[in-house]
Design a protein around this ligand. Structure first.
Ligand code: SD4
Length: 333
C-alpha cells in the first residue's frame, strides 16, 4: 500500500479509542490473520540488522559490513547512508522534502554499544547527517550539534556542501504552497525516516536514525529522530529500539527509551513495542490522524515491530534472509 493511500484510508476510517493490553493483543491476532508474512518471534541467529520501512539495500549494506567483520557502529552508519544518498527517498538525506520555507533540514543520531551518542539537528546542505552525528560523538566533547554550527563542524571534518533540494522535491513543495496547509503531512510516500538497529555475533548492539523530518514542517522544527531515548535508544545489556512517524508523539512518550526499559523488565521486543504504541494511543484521542511505528531488538536476537496504523513495515536481514515484513498495527477500524 502506498503511504498516500494509507493516509487517505486512515482519514476515512471511523475510529474508537481502544486501549489496554487485551485490545492490543486482539488486534495483533487479527493482523496476523491478514498478513501471514510475519517474522519469527523466536530469537534469530546473530548477526542481524533490522530497519524501519522497506529498505533492503540499506539492510544489505549494513549486514555486509557485519559479515566482513566490521563493527555494529560501522554497519548502521553504512546502512543509513544508503537511504540518505537515495534521491528518490523524499524523507531522508538528499531529495528530502523541505520545510515550508523550502529548506531541507536534516536530523540524525547514532549510538554505539558503549552508550555513547552523537546527533545533529536542523543540519542543512550536508548529504550524510548520520556520519556527521558519528563525528559529533567521536570528535567533540558534545552530543548534539545544531544548524549552522553543525554545518560548520561538518565542513571542518571534510564533508562537502551541496544543494539537497532536488527538482522533484522542489516541485512537490511548490504544489504544496498553493494551499500551504499548516498541518504537517506525514506518511506521504512508501518509505520514510530510516531507523536501524544492528546486532553482531557477540550480541553487541548499535543504532542509527536519520530523517529530513516532517514534510513542510515549520522552519526550525526538530523531531524525535535525533533525540536520545525518543527516536533511538540502545542499551548494550538489554537491546535497542528506534521510531518513525509523528515525532511529536514519540518525544512526548520518550518511546525508544521506554521500549528498552520494558525489555529490561522482561518484556519481549514485540510486547515492548506494543506497549509503547499503547501508551501513545491511550493518551491521545487524535491518534487516527497520525502514524507512529517502532522496531526493537534484544540481545538474544528477538525482534519486534508495531505501529498505530496499517502501512508500516520493517526490513530484517535475519538468518541470511533480507525481507520486508508488514507490521502488525493497533487501529483496525
Ligand atoms: C520526525 N519521526 O521528524 C520523524 C519523521 C518520520 O515517518 O519518521 N516520518 O518526526
Amino acid at each position: 500500500m502506498k503511504r498516500r493511500n494509507f493516509i487517505q484510508n486512515t482519514a476515512l476510517g471511523g475510529l474508537g479509542v481502544v486501549a489496554g493490553s487485551t485490545a492490543v493483543a486482539g488486534n495483533l491476532e487479527n493482523t496476523q490473520n491478514k498478513t501471514p508474512e510475519r517474522a519469527s518471534t523466536a530469537p534469530y541467529q546473530l548477526p542481524l540488522v533490522i530497519a524501519t520501512w522497506n529498505v533492503p539495500n540499506a539492510t544489505e549494506a549494513a549486514y555486509n559490513v557485519l559479515n566482513n567483520g566490521g563493527s555494529v557502529l560501522d554497519a548502521v552508519e553504512q546502512g543509513c547512508r544508503v537511504e540518505e544518498a537515495n534521491e528518490q527517498g523524499q524523507s531522508v538525506g538528499i531529495g528530502g522534502l523541505p520545510d515550508r520555507d523550502g529548506n531541507v533540514t536534516l536530523d540524525a543520531c547514532i549510538m554505539n554499544s558503549e552508550g555513547d551518542y552523537g546527533a545533529v539537528v536542523y543540519l542543512q546542505n550536508i548529504k550524510h547527517p548520520i556520519s556527521v552525528a558519528r563525528k559529533v560523538m567521536e570528535e567533540t566533547p558534545h552530543v548534539i550539534m545544531a544548524g549552522s554550527g553543525a554545518e560548520k563542524f561538518a565542513l571542518s571534518q571534510g564533508f562537502e556542501r551541496e544543494n539537497l533540494l532536488t527538482e522533484a522535491s522542489e516541485k512537490a513543495w511548490k504544489a504544496w504552497l498553493i494551499e500551504a496547509k499548516y498541518k504537517p503531512i506525514i506518511n506521504i510516500e512508501n518509505h520514510d525516516t530510516i531507523g536501524m538497529l544492528a546486532v553482531d555475533s557477540a550480541g553487541n548492539i548499535a543504532g542509527g536514525c536519520t530523517t529530513s523530518g516532517l514534510a513542510y514542517k515549520m522552519a526550525g522544527r526538530v523531531g524525535d529522530s535525533p533525540i536520545i531515548g525518543s527516536g533511538l535508544f540502545i542499551d548494550n545489556e538489554v537491546g535497542g529500539a528506534t521510531a518513525t512517524g509523528l515525532g511529536e508523539e514519540v518525544l512526548k512518550t520518550v518511546g525508544s527509551f521506554l521500549i528498552v526499559e520494558l525489555m529490561r523488565q522482561g518484556r519481549s521486543p514485540q510486547e515492548a513495542c506494543e506497549e509503547a504504541i499503547g501508551r501513545i494511543v491511550s493518551k491521545n484521542k487524535n491518534y487516527k490522524d497520525f502514524q507512529v511505528g517502532y522496531i526493537a531488538v534484544n540481545k538474544k536476537g528477538e525482534i519486534g515491530y508495531y505501529s498505530i496504523h496499517e502501512g508500516f513495515s520493517a526490513t530484517c536481514y535475519c538468518a541470511d534472509q533480507n525481507r520486508n515484513y508488514p507490521s502488525p498495527y493497533f487501529n483496525k477500524s
